[in-house]
Structures are given as C-alpha cells and as structure tokens.
Design a protein around this ligand. Sequence first.
Ligand SMILES: C[S@@+](CC[C@H](N)C(=O)[O-])C[C@H]1O[C@@H](n2cnc3c(N)ncnc32)[C@H](O)[C@@H]1O
Length: 323
Amino acid sequence: MGYKDTLKFFDFCAGIGGGRLGLENNGLECVGHSEIDVDADKTYKVFFGDKERNIGDLMTADTSAMPDFDVMVGGFPCQTFSSVGKRAGFEDERGQVIFGLMKILKEKNVPYFILENVKGFVSHDGGNSLKTVLKEFDKLGYDVSWKVLNSINFGVPQSRERIYLVGIRKDIPHKPIEWETGTDNKITLKDCLKRLHGKPVDIYNASWQNYLHKELNDGKFTEDELLEHACIIDRRNQDIRVYKDRTPTLRKGNTGLYYTHNKQLYKLNGYQALLLQGFPKEYVRKAKDNNIESGKLLEQSGNAMTVNVMTSVCKSLLNSINR
Ligand SMILES: C[S@@+](CC[C@H](N)C(=O)[O-])C[C@H]1O[C@@H](n2cnc3c(N)ncnc32)[C@H](O)[C@@H]1O
C-alpha cells in the first residue's frame, strides 16, 4: 500500500450508511457492505447505488469472496447492550455479531477498524463486556482506543452518546489516537425542521389531553405555552419530556417525537431525522424522489451513526497513522 493510495473500507452492519458517509468524507472508498435488513438495504442502495454487492449476513459470509480492504467500519447491533434494551449482552444472538466481526478481522488481516455501539456497552455487566471485547482485540493483535462521544458536540442538534472504538494492527506504525471532543459546523434544530410534512396534531383532542393531563394540572405549562416555547416534545409511555434546542437520542423504536412550528405541533418525520443524523440535504432529496417512506426512514435514522461524528473519528484514525 503506497502512501497516496486511497484507503478502502468495508461497511458492516451498514444500515443506511451513516458510517460510510463519515469515511467517504475523509476520502476513503467503500468496496462492499453487509446488511440483513431488507428495508435498510433498499434505502442504502437509493443513497449509494448498487455498484457493490450486499454480502448479507456477516456471520455466515465467505471472507475469501470479499475484496481486500484497509478499514472495517461497523455499528454492531446495540439492542442487547442498550439501557432501553433488555441488556442481555453476549447471551443474545445479536450480541455475538462482535465476534463475527473479529473473525473477519482475523481472516482478512484487516489493518484498521472503527466500531460504534451504545454508551450502555461501557457499563454492561459491570464493564465486563467491554473488558472481554478489548481483551479479544488485544489477542487478535490490535491496539484499541475508545471514547464516548456525544453527537450534540459535533454540529448536529441531537443528544446522542455512543462509544467509538478505533483499532490499529500493532505491527503498523502509529501514534496514539487523539480524539476530538467536538467540532464546529453547526446546523440548528430550526434548519433540520424547516421542511414541514403532514398535518398538525391537535393537542386538544382526548388522547393528547390525557397525556398532558398531569403536566397541565401541575401547572407546569398551558397548551399555549407548550406550543409557543417548547421545540421538541418526546411523548413517552408515562410522561412527556420537553426540549428547547435539541432532540433526545433518535432511536429505532422511538416514534413519539414531535416538534412545534408556528404554534402548531407536528410529528418528527424521517427526512428531518436524516438531517439530525448529519446526512446532507441531497440524501433527503434522494429518499423523497425514491419514495422511501418517512416512517421507515425515521426508524432507520434512529439506528444510524451520526455522519459528523464518524467523520471526526475517521480523521483521528488517519492522523494517528500519519495519512
Ligand atoms: C446499529 S445499526 C447500524 C447502522 C449503520 N451503521 C448506519 O449508520 O446506518 C446495526 C445494523 O446491523 C444490522 N445487522 C445485525 N446483524 C447483522 C448481521 N449478522 N449481518 C449484517 N448486518 C447485521 C442490522 O440490521 C442493523 O441495520
């Protein structure tokens, strides 16, 4: 590999390609991807074309049929480690994906990797899950550095804490990773919510009044105040939470996010969620032009990596290997 050669990467657990965009922003080239969710892959193809094949399930993939690549990128399934999931960890089948990724690292002798997971992975099983994974990486011959980063510090108005792990094969000369803890380049909540869709929600109807009952009765706010001052409303099982300048973490199953505009309440849609994850506007256009359904996109965006954070993490990797 010459100094000026373009680094190639393989996108595992590709979802809709938030990770891919982060690496492409640093000039890396994607040579393949792996995703088992048919709908997510449909969106991925709309975004990136179908030049390279989806190899499907990484757990059963034939590594000898994969092209060689320099960087593995992967957001391995997080439900098993997430604080909102059951926290079953490695006992759950999805928790095993990390070991599938390790097998590929070994068989393809991959020089570098960038992996992402929920913050809950750090504390899962009293820190033992992370410890186990780091020990395995060490045995495989990688120096690994990890950090919890929050998307809100990387120019998007979404609070989203995730652990990022960067691995470098020990035989490759490198400096310790220097993590950025934030970047400029802000887009505001208003920017993300500019494009309105759907009909406003009637918060005076029975269902919403039932929901708001406690807050209204406690005198926390009136309907007017809510519509005037709150920006984001997270309608949860038991209560509502109100945010002014940011959204809480978008999650696959969280379809209860609403926003106000001109004193009306609207449901957050999938196109806006893409922007909240740092996807450029042209991807919103592609999704719309290809009739990707807003509800699906909302779920897929909740699963995605924030583009801006992955851009920064990849930059840190490149700095560390002097490229
Ligand atoms: C947290 S999401 C990652 C999303 C992605 N990195 C992005 O930016 O959109 C995890 C993804 O892994 C996929 N996945 C789970 N098990 C898999 C497997 N065995 N092989 C390939 N993909 C898998 C899921 O369908 C899901 O889309």
